[in-house]
Design a protein around this ligand. Sequence first.
Ligand code: UDP
Length: 236
Amino acid sequence: MNYKRILLKLSGEQLAGKYEGGIDAELGAWLAGQVKTVIDAGIETVIMVGGGNFARGAQLAGHGISRVTADHIGMLGTMMNALALNDIFESNGVESKCMSNIFADQVAEPFIHRFAEDYLVNSKVVIVAGGIGRPYLTTDTAAVSLALELSCGAVLKATKVDGVFDKDPAIHKDAVKYDHLSVYDAFSNPDIKVMDKAAIGLAMEHEMPVVVFDALKDGNILLAATGQQAGTLISP
Ligand code: UDP
């Protein structure tokens, strides 16, 4: 089952690839190729980028930096990722548009729902900068909110490991992966930390499926976008 439209959430850490911080443009080009297979399959694609490779508000706040300013800095980090990814996609033959949820007219066009819709139906990848544009939120929550606003069939949340496990697979060799998890379990189980609870709560309230998967595995984005087994499906 193909989704008609999906939202892919990429974290800043993933975009940093082989580097400690900043952006791995080589990996970005590889991602452009993977996303192209999704577009070629007729599936409209929105990308929400994180900014953790530059700053995370909750970690930066303190020592004189207010949480609101720290979150503004975090959102600016997502802007840098979105701008870079947009250029990388375009130069690799994948038509894309960077739209911003923070005011930054000189560098990106504002996110306007109707324009985003037009781009998507014309097979352009819409890359969103600035999360949802308000502090005290993460790009995971912004991803679910935007997926709802743009009527996406699912949020594809890229993670380091391919899905949700009953315990940390990096530490426990016998960790078991869930193929499917109810959104209620994902929300209420304190050991499951795939997304922040605000994001999962929003997905639960509005029955938005979330696929937690490894986007850096060849072919996996297309598998997830076509509703085939990839990572863990979190749904009602
Ligand atoms: N942020 C925010 N509002 C939003 C989205 C993001 O204030 O709607 C800020 C917040 O400080 C967050 C930072 O931007 O920590 C970077 O986003 P995130 O931590 O989600 O990035 P990721 O971990 O996915 O790389």
